[in-house]
Ligand binder design. Sequence first.
Ligand code: SUD
Ligand code: ADP
Length: 267
Amino acid sequence: MIAFPNAKINIGLNITERRADGYHNLETIFYPINITDALEIVPANELSFEASGLGIPGQVEDNLCIKGYHLLKADFDLPPVKIHLHKHIPIGAGLGGGSSDAAFFFKLMNKEFSLNLSNEQMRDYVRVLGADCAFFIEGKPVYAFEKGDQFEPVDLDLSVYHLVLVMPPAHVSTAEAYRGVKPQPSERSLKELVSLPVGDWKQYIRNDFETSIFKNHPVIRGVKSALYEAGALYACMSGSGASVFGVFKERPDLSALEKDNQVFYNV
Ligand SMILES: C[C@@](CO)(OP(=O)(O)O)[C@H](O)COP(=O)(O)OP(=O)(O)OC[C@H]1O[C@@H](n2ccc(N)nc2=O)[C@H](O)[C@@H]1O
Ligand SMILES: Nc1ncnc2c1ncn2[C@@H]1O[C@H](COP(=O)(O)OP(=O)(O)O)[C@@H](O)[C@H]1O
């Protein structure tokens, strides 16, 4: 059985306070985009994992699909599976690729072995693997709050726009990103701001990670400026970076950016 785990972007991200457990409370809008991996599971005699496409850092045991298998195996009498992941979503990009693989792994296992898990149950499982994993179970646009793992639906449809995603040659770790931010309560909730016309977002919607990340990685700031110069209505770094997206009325000419960056059109 095969599935195509998709990426997300964050439209705005406010880090509002540091929590007693060392994590941070935040608010953001998760919006699904059409850049995908391919993930296949096949019942087998022993558990195995193989990957193709982009190289995934870390050991196989650390892959969120394998971690997901062990999590589920603790509660269900599961046979072994052969897992194949074709990696296409840029890594360390703020696109949640690994988190999406974990969520889609649960959805595949649920179907393949008729486990009858509800979406809520699958969300509870994958929350353990990463704060943004639970979003990918349904993958509909949401306002996310607390650790970024609690959601409310938002009515947001950007399909009339041309969304561009640019991955610069930079890598930002999530932990590095959080270390650089001084949490501050937001004046106006993103839930309210995102319902403004897209043309007004530039004035009101920010990503709190940008200040410190842009200081350490000026190439990312350069990409954001280039997207505005090319006519973006709104441009923002996604999550903890390094990718940056732009919302355009029409497909822009970004050939100058294509030389040094990976550019995805109409995501
Ligand atoms: C920044 C965001 C925003 O969407 O996404 P990405 O840019 O990674 O996609 C998320 O908060 C990332 O979520 P996720 O990647 O699942 O984070 P986790 O693996 O749970 O945590 C990695 C590390 O980030 C920090 N962390 C994460 C979430 C949070 N609310 N507060 C934190 O302080 C902690 O130091 C933690 O050890
Ligand atoms: N299936 C997976 N795909 C990608 N990365 C994974 C996966 N499982 C675990 N990881 C680990 O998670 C880290 C961050 O992955 P990713 O989710 O792509 O980035 P981001 O959090 O920036 O969106 C990687 O460096 C890798 O070590």
